[in-house]
Structures are given as C-alpha cells and as structure tokens.
Write a protein that binds this ligand. Structure first.
Ligand code: HEC
Length: 259
C-alpha cells in the first residue's frame, strides 16, 4: 500500500516537474466550454493582448466564430486582422526569426498550449509574473523561471513583488539573506507574491476572472470538438430516449398477438 502510494506520488511529482520546470503549486480551475460569454471574453482578451505575438495556427477564425456564437461580420470587424480572411488560420504578422531575436525565444503558437501544459499551468503562469531586476525584461515568472515573455497584462494586474519568508530587509527579494543559514534566500523561500500598491487597474478578483476567461478560451481552442461533442451528446441522448419510446410501442404491438 505504502509502495503504491509512493509510486503514485513519485509519478505525480515528476509530471508536475516536467510540466513547468518549477515546483510552484498550480491554482486549480474548472474550464467550462458551455459558458459562451466567458469564451467570448477570453477571445477578446487574446486578440487585444496576445495575438500580436502568439498565433493560433491550427484554428480558423470562422470556426471560432461559429462555436462561440459570434456573428461572422462582427468577427471580421473586431478580430480578424485586415490582411486575413475569416476562413484563414490564426497566424501572426511577426516574423518568428525576428521575434526570437527580440525576446530570446520565439513566442510559441498557443493553439495547443493548454493541452501541452494544462489549463492550471497557464492560469498560474499568467498570475505569477513578478519584478526581478536581474532579468532583461525586468520580470520573472514563478512557474516559468527566466521566461522571455514580457508581463503584457501588467497594467491590469499591476506589478507583483516576491515576498520572502521571515523578516525582509529592504524591498528587494534578491538581496535577502536567510538568518539561520546566512545564505541568500532560495527561490522557494520567496514564493508569495503581492501586488505593489497603486500599480493595478483591476481588483484581484477582476484579474482572476479575466485570466479564467482567457484560459477557458485557450482550453477550448486546444480542443474545439469538445464544445461541439457536448452538444451532439445531448442530441444523441434525446434520440435514444425517443427511440426507446418507439421501440417499446413496437414491442407491444408485436407481442399483442403472441400473448
Ligand atoms: C510581446 C510579445 C508577447 C506577447 C504580447 C505575449 N507573449 Fe506569451 N510569450 C512570448 C514569448 C517570447 C514567449 C516564449 C518565452 C520563453 O520561451 O522564454 C511566450 C511564452 C508564452 C507561454 C508559454 C508557452 C510554453 O508552453 O512555453 C504562454 C502560455 C504565453 N506566452 C501566453 C501568452 C498570453 C495568454 C498572452 C496574452 C495575454 C501572451 N502570451 C502575450 C511573447 C509574448
């Protein structure tokens, strides 16, 4: 029993390690494909803040519009870039080579990111950027250490700073020393994050909602058939119920003469 538990734990920890390269605890969320309004808000956030760098290269705009119940004309006006058609795949204008030079890594396509990482990982990733003056872009990330992406939602979430366990001397988490060992504090001793006052446009709850919608949308994009499969499932059940009624009536009809 102990052995099984040990194996399970070893497996779980290796999976979470492989997923992020960090052991930072991920926040749990429940994506909900049936919440079309949430998916639409997520699409809006994606198109404002992410589409400049990240493509959705396996998804056609038209498919998104149909699945999310968006009028194709509104989709063309509000989302589809002017050099693209609604039937096109969601590419970006930025040449990948130049992007790799600017950021140290090319911004990856996001169509499958929620499947590759997990919705929880992407959600926590978008919430754990924090000030780190040693990084070229001035920010680091708790689930993606040394990330090459700027904190594009910083005006909304505000700037976060890492707070170390125990007493802090000054504001800078990097300069903190563990009073027991005399060594600099390790990364995991400075895991709690707090928003620096006056830097955020949204409240914490509003920001959580925004990120939830965004991740819900990315999760849908990773598996658009799921949203449809759900609908089809209901029709299949209705059909089976109806079929049962007819089958039953037919059975009664046949057996009437036998009995
Ligand atoms: C200015 C360009 C830029 C913008 C805008 C941007 N990103 Fe990124 N993003 C990057 C780069 C560059 C990387 C690669 C970072 C690395 O490998 O170090 C990245 C990485 C990521 C990753 C990690 C992917 C993986 O599995 O490795 C996710 C998730 C992500 N971005 C989501 C978003 C979302 C959501 C938005 C919109 C809110 C967004 N990004 C906006 C440049 C950008």
């Amino acid at each position: 029993m102990k052995l099984t538990l040990g194996l399970v734990l070893a497996f779980v920890s290796s999976v979470s390690f492989a997923a992020g390269g960090s052991t930072y605890p991920l926040e749990q969320i429940e994506p909900d494909y049936s919440d079309k309004e949430s998916l639409q808000r997520g699409l809006a956030t994606y198109s404002h803040y992410c589409m400049g760098c990240h493509s959705l290269g396996y998804q056609r705009y038209e498919r998104t519009a149909t699945d999310l119940g968006i009028d194709p004309e509104i989709m063309v006006q509000a989302i589809v870039p002017s050099n693209k058609k609604i039937g096109d795949l969601g590419g970006i204008a930025m040449p990948p080579r130049a992007a790799a030079e600017w950021f140290g890594a090319p911004p990856p396509d996001l169509t499958l990111v929620a499947r590759k990482r997990s919705p929880e990982w992407v959600y926590t990733y978008m919430k754990t950027f924090y000030v780190d003056p040693t990084r070229p872009l001035g920010v680091n990330n708790k689930v993606f250490p040394k990330v090459g992406m700027p904190h594009v939602l910083e005006p909304l979430q505000g700037l976060q700073r890492a707070v170390c366990a125990g007493s802090m001397v000054g504001d800078d988490p990097i300069a903190q020393v563990d009073s027991d060992s005399g060594q600099p504090m390790t990364e995991s001793q400075c895991d709690s994050l707090e928003v620096i006052e006056g830097t955020a446009q949204l409240s914490a709850a509003e920001y959580d909602r925004l990120i939830y919608d965004l991740v819900n949308f990315l999760e849908y994009v990773g598996e658009p058939t799921k949203a449809r499969a759900h609908n089809i499932g209901i029709y299949v059940l209705l059909f089976l119920m109806l079929y049962f009624v007819f089958a039953y009536l037919l059975k009664r009809e046949y057996w009437k003469d036998v009995q």
